[in-house]
Design a protein around this ligand. Structure first.
Ligand SMILES: Cc1cc2nc3c(=O)[nH]c(=O)nc-3n(C[C@H](O)[C@H](O)[C@H](O)COP(=O)(O)OP(=O)(O)OC[C@H]3O[C@@H](n4cnc5c(N)ncnc54)[C@H](O)[C@@H]3O)c2cc1C
Length: 276
């Protein structure tokens, strides 16, 4: 059942999925699934996997960059150790003219993620990160990161957060999304607008046209297996579209987040369970 959202368990599976997206005119971002490792050996293993992904992308000549999570590279164990691993991956990315995107996890990691990304960004441009519109702090983080000309992926946010840190109502999350999107598009830095929400996409297209931001100066991003119809329609309309392709054996937390964010997916799960 997880196959709807996850390309498979191996790098070969991810390469196959990326090639299919490329053939349809879409760029990709490969994510080797994993988070909250509990040993330095596991973190180093994740680092090795990411080095291999960049090598493979180059060999296969894929139009792909890479997304990773800091807790997969040991952020819970030691921020300094984690930073060393991430830096080595960013240097490998840069050696190919490629790019590493650091996903944003739950709000207890936000500050550490922004700080680490800023430190590496001041040495190497091949790193960017993600900002979530459900957090109150996001506008300030965007201004901070733009001071480093950091490339940002804007999403709504996928973790369960409290009202002390995050907007609760969808209309507030969406309102903030539009405000932040406008700031990003007006910044002169190349950013990713990550959403499947036709309203957010419509607002982005409208704002770009109104402020004369070219279709080549930003990209839409969507998750593997979600709204593929919309992905193709945007490509047809001449927009740049990147598909986030997760793969690996540690798919369970990612799969659960996808189920949780849409009640209809629970019906999909139940129907398949009974069918099985
Ligand atoms: C490329 C990309 C990278 C992301 N990276 C991060 C990250 O680093 N950190 C983070 O916290 N979050 C991340 N997210 C997830 C994001 O925060 C949202 O949880 C998710 O995208 C759903 O929000 P939405 O913008 O699509 O809007 P919503 O209002 O939630 O959904 C709009 C419409 O999209 C479709 N849709 C949305 N989600 C699903 C689903 N699971 N299954 C089926 N249909 C769905 C439905 O048609 C829905 O009506 C990422 C999302 C994308 C697209």
């Amino acid at each position: 059942m997880s196959r709807r959202f996850v390309a498979g368990e191996t790098l070969d599976d991810a390469v196959y999925a990326a090639r299919k997206c490329n053939d349809l005119g879409m760029m990709t971002s490969l994510d080797y699934l994993g988070e909250n490792v509990s040993t330095t050996t596991d973190a180093q293993r994740a680092r090795d996997a990411y080095l291999e992904i960049f090598d493979r992308i180059a060999v296969e000549k894929l139009d792909a960059n890479v997304s990773c999570k800091l807790t997969q590279m040991g952020l819970d164990l030691s921020p300094e150790f984690c930073e060393g691993l991430v830096l080595s991956v960013v240097e490998r990315a840069a050696s190919y003219g490629n790019f590493l995107r650091v996903d944003m996890e739950g709000s207890t990691y936000t500050q550490r993620t922004v700080e680490l990304v800023k430190r590496i960004r001041s040495r190497n441009a091949a790193i960017g990160t993600v900002i979530q519109s459900y957090l109150y702090r996001s506008e300030k983080d965007i201004q901070d990161l733009l001071g480093y000309r950091c490339r940002i992926r804007l999403c709504k946010g996928a973790y369960k957060e409290g009202v002390d840190v995050a907007f609760e109502r969808k209309q507030d999350v969406d309102g903030n999304y539009v405000r932040l999107m406008q700031q990003l598009l007006s910044s002169g830095v190349y950013h990713g607008i990550a959403t499947h929400d036709p309203k957010m996409i419509g607002e982005t297209i409208r704002w770009a046209a109104e402020t004369r931001v070219s279709k080549d100066d930003f990209e839409f991003q969507m998750l593997y297996g979600i709204r593929t119809d919309l992905q193709r329609r945007l490509v047809k309309g001449g927009f740049r579209v990147r598909v986030y392709i997760p793969y690996g054996q540690d798919w369970f937390p990612y799969f659960m987040r996808r189920l949780a964010e849409r009640p209809a997916n629970i019906g999909f799960l139940v129907r398949n369970l009974f069918r099985g």
